[in-house]
Design a protein around this ligand. Structure first.
Ligand code: GLN
Length: 197
């Protein structure tokens, strides 16, 4: 059985773990490099991206996570997690990991509407629309040629994308009771079979 690690330094990691356990997927909290030894996939949760990047550095996790992802470990970043994984950001901080070929802007939806919900189509999850929750969300400004768009807002703004083993969402599926996005990631992890390759 595969196990999905959830980076548990800051942010809403507990909600991700709850979703995975509702699906019957084994999970573990990642705080130290040794915790990465037995995982087949990784989720970087929402929270505060500057804090997450800082703590990843402090705990010596950054390089190891990078190496694992470049060797094919499936990873999914939600909101702040998406900022952490981006190739580039338009803000001064934090320094992103440079994993997925997207450029993002933090807190891109303005102060008045810094939290909102939108019902969106996500073809990979089937025909029923998904209720996407945005909290001080980053925007994806541009994507490279090898990045697949998984979902957009009605006006075309990209809100979910995938490049091979790397998935990002600017919203928070872990704050709904819709398990389909977690199920999709678990299926990517199971198909990838990282530890047995
Ligand atoms: N605004 C946060 C950041 O820039 C992200 C917010 C979130 O993860 N909900 O890091």
């Amino acid at each position: 059985m595969t196990r999905i690690g959830v980076l548990a330094l800051q942010g809403d990691f507990a909600e991700h773990i709850k979703m995975l356990s509702s699906l019957g997927v084994d999970s573990s909290e990642i705080r130290l490099p040794s915790h990465l030894d037995s995982v087949d996939g990784l989720i970087i949760p929402g929270g505060e991206s500057t804090t997450i990047v800082q703590l990843m550095d402090n705990f010596g996790l950054t390089e190891q996570i990078k190496d694992l992802i470049f060797s094919g470990l499936p990873v999914w970043g939600t909101c702040a997690g998406m900022i952490v994984l981006a190739a580039d950001i338009t803000d001064d901080r934090p320094k992103p990991m440079g994993i997925i070929d997207i450029t993002v802007s933090r807190n891109a939806y303005g102060r008045q509407v810094d939290s909102f919900e939108a019902v969106v189509d996500i073809p990979k999850l089937g025909e029923t629309p998904f209720n996407a929750i945005f909290i001080r969300a980053p925007a994806i400004n541009s994507i490279g040629d090898s990045v697949e768009i998984l979902a957009t807002l009605d006006e075309g703004q990209i809100i979910a994308a995938q490049e091979g083993n790397v998935i990002v969402t600017s919203f928070h599926p872990e704050l709904t009771d819709d398990l389909r996005f977690h199920k999709y990631f678990a299926s990517v992890v199971a198909d990838n079979n990282f530890r047995n390759n």
